[in-house]
Write a protein that binds this ligand. Structure first.
Ligand code: DGT
Ligand code: MG
Length: 581
């Protein structure tokens, strides 16, 4: 028996009753957002710039040889007429992301729709496919009808069920040799390919093109979608284990979601007969394929466990990676979440040393965070222009956390969590008072920085100078879901009573996790401070920030116009500056 077959993990689902998963990935996402704002850019090579690198570029630029994540200088050499647009402010991208996610979510039945970063989503459409397979009339396949609603037969679309929509990887053409079970799998995926096409067209109606992968699990769907990009879709029809392995084998190890740079380096060293501590492997490009690792004579789940277990890695890592190499992925598409568990914004720097720089950057981060909170946490109700009603907060984060990290040069190769230190306290209630005007947001951001974040910064970095800050992250966390917690009480009043600063504590985030989307300033950080900081909030005490902010008064020291309520705090900022000497 073939060695890899003997040791291979078994798929959990019988092939005929497999799940049907769609993976959507918007094409050159940031670039498309910018193009939709400035349609003239669509035909020009366009790059979206973030701190000296191209976060992404459109496909006109890619056809000219420009690549994602290139240095700007390098991209300009290759394509001198590359148009560059600043993409530091992620808010417009987040808005589009949320709108398109909402559209997809409204079309599926199960609510199993999981976002990955800003521009990718997994959808589990198994129930829709099973239902529509039951309706299929095998005698009139060319005029088939896909029902998008169980209750309204008029909601749906006509399609030709004699062929797949888009590209197929594997045995797409029914040559009559498939047995009944495999024919069922083929028809399920065929229906899914038409659903995927319909959804892609709905997204195109909104002005955005996508790539989509259709397969029986998340891993395979994501890899399949990468086959034909942009503006295309690929169904993976792999009816046997061998067909799945052969699909997996063709991939570079680093392309497999779930296999990071470190894992790939260790496995590349192993299959090329090097020692894991060989200094050269840190600079090696990953060139090893799944096949080289999967079919290596000494490879197995226990061997992977031995190679990969160690500081920081999860238990059972060997079995997990072994399964991934075989295209086996049991993970479910997580149900949609209305409310994120936390929201954070961070930025990186080449060493900030002056308090005014820290102040300026914290204000900028806080302003983005407030905008983001409004997008994600305010309800969507359109207010009636004749009878405007304030929008409601769907959730209130209870804590705010500041994380800092000293600057290190990339060549020092420090792990992501190295020297990150965090300090938290309760989130003051005035942040929930912000109306969507820009000016108001900036005022609130300034107050948050002066009242809360700069004091936290000084506690984290007690030295008077010489900090050389490389990263600032501000995170609001400990969400209270209003639908659950309010219990009929006036939640706005409750939050107005919150004390400004509660318990404080420092944590050192050694195991901080980075979000799935590289470069996205949003992170999923491990929450060390759970439930520490909610006030016994019984005392009624109306805060001055409940009133409309006044236009402001000039600061006697620097002359800046500061809202009256923030003058005192602003004065504290000057005192800190003076302490600085
Ligand atoms: P695609 O999917 O290959 O057509 O191109 P994109 O641009 O959609 O790339 P994707 O899907 O990997 O990422 C979505 C957006 O996230 C992208 O437009 C820019 C941003 N992004 C992705 N990776 C990075 C990164 O490593 N650094 C930065 N700053 N931004 C990134
Ligand atoms: Mg994309």
């Amino acid at each position: 028996m073939d060695i890899s077959r003997r040791k291979a993990p078994r798929p959990k689902y019988p092939l005929t009753d497999s799940r049907v998963i769609l993976h959507f990935d918007l094409d050159c996402f940031y670039a498309q957002c910018v193009e939709n704002q400035q349609p003239d850019l669509k035909t020009l090579p366009l790059g979206i710039k973030q701190k000296g690198i191209l976060a992404t570029c459109n496909y006109v630029a890619r056809h000219r040889g420009v690549k994602k994540l290139m240095l700007i200088s390098e991209a300009k050499k290759i394509c001198p007429d590359l148009v560059l647009v600043e993409g530091e402010d992620l808010s417009p991208f987040r808005d589009v992301s949320k709108r398109l996610y909402g559209l997809l979510r409204s079309c599926i039945w199960s609510d199993k729709i999981e976002r990955l970063g800003l521009d990718e989503s997994f959808l589990d459409v198994t129930d829709m496919i099973t239902y529509n397979l039951g309706l299929l009339n095998r005698h009139s396949l060319p005029e088939s009808y896909f029902c998008l609603s169980r209750t309204d037969p008029e909601m749906g679309f006509v399609f030709d069920a004699t062929s797949f929509a888009g590209c197929v990887h594997g045995r797409g053409d029914d040559d009559g040799s498939l047995d009944d079970d495999l024919d069922t799998l083929r028809m399920r995926l065929l229906l899914a390919s038409h659903l995927a096409h319909y959804l892609r067209m709905r997204i195109e109606d909104e002005g955005y093109t996508t790539a989509c992968g259709i397969a029986t699990n998340k891993l395979l769907a994501k890899l399949a979608g990468d086959r034909h990009k942009p503006r295309n879709q690929t169904t993976l029809l792999a009816p046997t284990e061998e067909a799945i392995w052969s699909f997996m084998d063709s991939h570079n190890l680093r392309k497999v979601p779930g296999i990071g740079a470190k894992t790939a380096r260790i496995l590349q060293a192993f299959v090329s007969g090097r020692q894991p501590d060989d200094p050269n492997i840190h600079t090696m490009e990953c060139s090893v394929t799944v096949q080289q690792v999967r079919t290596h004579s000494a490879m197995s789940a226990p061997v992977l466990e031995r190679l990969l277990s160690g500081s920081g890695s999860e238990k059972g890592i060997g079995g997990k990676v072994w399964a991934l190499l075989h295209g086996v992925d049991y993970t479910e598409v997580k149900p949609a979440q209305n409310i994120p568990t936390q929201i954070s914004i961070e930025d990186t720097y080449r060493g900030l040393n002056e308090i005014f720089e820290i102040h300026r950057e914290l204000v900028s981060i806080s302003a983005s965070l407030l905008r983001r909170m409004q997008i994600d946490l305010l309800d969507q109700e359109e207010s009636d222009p004749f009878q405007p009603t304030p929008r409601k907060w769907l959730a209130h984060p209870k804590s705010v956390r500041l994380t800092t990290r000293p600057y290190t040069h990339p060549s020092e190769n420090k792990p992501y969590g190295w020297a990150r230190a965090s300090r938290s306290c309760s989130l003051p209630s005035f942040v929930f008072n912000c109306s969507p005007t820009m000016e108001n947001q900036e005022v609130i951001a300034e107050k948050l920085v002066v009242d809360v974040l700069l004091p936290l910064f000084r506690q984290l970095n007690p030295a008077r100078r010489g900090w050389s800050i490389g990263l600032l992250n501000v995170c609001v966390t400990n969400m209270t879901d209003e639908s659950v917690s309010s219990g009929g009480r006036d939640i706005a009043t409750m939050f107005r009573q919150q004390e400004t600063v509660l318990r404080e504590f420092t944590t050192y985030d050694e195991n901080t996790e980075k979000s799935a989307a590289p470069g996205d300033a949003e992170q999923v950080l491990r929450n060390h401070e759970e439930e520490e900081a909610y006030p016994g909030d019984e005392d009624e005490d109306d805060e001055p920030w409940d009133q409309e902010p006044s236009p402001g008064e000039p600061c006697p020291r620097c002359g800046h116009t500061i809202p009256s309520f923030a003058l005192q705090a602003h004065g504290r900022y000057h005192s800190m500056e003076m302490e600085e000497g």
